[in-house]
Design a protein around this ligand. Structure first.
Ligand code: AKB
Length: 316
């Protein structure tokens, strides 16, 4: 029988799509969506929903008991750009939220945990091209610092308390169903909305800021495959590099122009450009491929075509 699964941060960009995919795979009743908001957004209303702040340890425990939860996906976090505006909250939410969830499994209540890390674990001293799984990290953002610390925290719990915690270093994720919230890679979603609505976009990164990216269906697939893999295959309890493709804003604009020839891109780089420039341009994700069979399906061309196809129906 499938475990009851709790998704924390279910109303966010990845959370929304993960809940839909998990409900499709295991049934609506098995997936308990939670977020800060009182009421579920439309897409999440088909199954159980609870208002939950992951920093409220008592309420977290209550929800876990109420629904007999044995698996948690923890998506609540302050992302790179937002956390730079409020570093103390970034630290508190990203670190204490993780600790609260890990402690539940240490106490034997939870059998398995998914926690996302990010390409933000890397910094300006990291080799930029085909960044290896294991290398110099030294991030310069508070978000990146919480992700490096979080990775080691997960590994510590796995070694010391035998917690089955699994993690992926997400690159920038591009999807059409829900808006991204406060990341440096968000431009790669905004650009599609603006291209369809106004035929132009002013990008907050510079034209040559190349970053690893991934289309949402691949991100969801990777997450579910990682969680489905036999525990013995998951030899890494920090977090796995995974990537779909890499591009600069300039290359993405060109790919969009194949479908919207009059599309105009201008550049107004702000503090997020500095963050982007401290991150890798491309990643070596061989370890994920070898250990649990990771393989992306989408190229940049397929992603652009699919994004425009879906967004043209909803963006006016
Ligand atoms: C961000 O830009 O902060 C996130 C990430 C790469 O983790 N999308």
């Amino acid at each position: 029988m499938t475990n009851n699964i709790l998704v924390i941060g279910a109303a966010g960009q990845i959370g929304t799509e993960l809940v839909l995919a998990l409900r499709k795979a295991y049934g609506n009743d098995k997936i308990i969506a939670t977020d800060l908001k009182d009421a579920p957004k439309d897409e999440l209303a088909e199954g159980p929903y609870e208002q939950l702040d992951v920093l409220d340890k008592d309420k977290l425990f209550e929800v876990v008991k109420k629904y007999n939860v044995s698996e948690i996906y923890l998506l609540a976090a302050l992302l790179s750009a937002t956390a730079e505006k409020n570093p103390a909250l970034g630290w508190e939410l990203n670190m204490n939220g993780l600790s609260n969830v890990l402690d539940l499994s240490k106490e034997g209540l939870i059998k398995r945990i998914f926690w996302p890390s990010s390409i933000a674990v890397f910094g300006p001293n990291t080799p930029k091209d085909m960044t290896p799984q294991r290398t110099i990290m030294e991030p310069t953002t508070v978000y990146g610092i919480t992700k490096v610390a979080g990775e080691s925290w997960c590994e510590y719990y796995a070694n010391k308390y035998k917690v089955d915690v699994r993690s992926i270093r997400y690159p920038g994720i591009i999807g059409y169903k829900s808006a991204p919230g406060g990341g440096t890679t968000d431009y790669a979603v905004h650009i599609f909305h603006e291209a369809i609505k106004n035929g132009e976009y002013a990008c907050f990164l510079s034209e040559d800021a190349e970053l690893p990216m991934m289309y949402m269906p691949d991100a969801v697939k990777a997450t579910l495959e990682l969680m489905d893999a036999p525990a013995a295959n998951i030899k890494l309890r920090t977090s796995y590099n995974i990537t779909g493709f890499s591009f600069t804003p300039d290359v993405l604009a060109d790919a969009i122009r194949k479908h919207i020839p009059q599309f105009k891109m201008s550049y107004e780089p702000d503090y997020r450009d500095g963050i982007a420039k401290s991150w890798p341009s491309s990643l070596d994700d061989r370890m994920a491929r070898e250990q649990w069979g990771w393989k992306p399906e989408f190229t940049i061309e397929k992603m652009v075509e699919d994004m425009l196809f879906h967004l043209r129906e909803v963006v006016v």
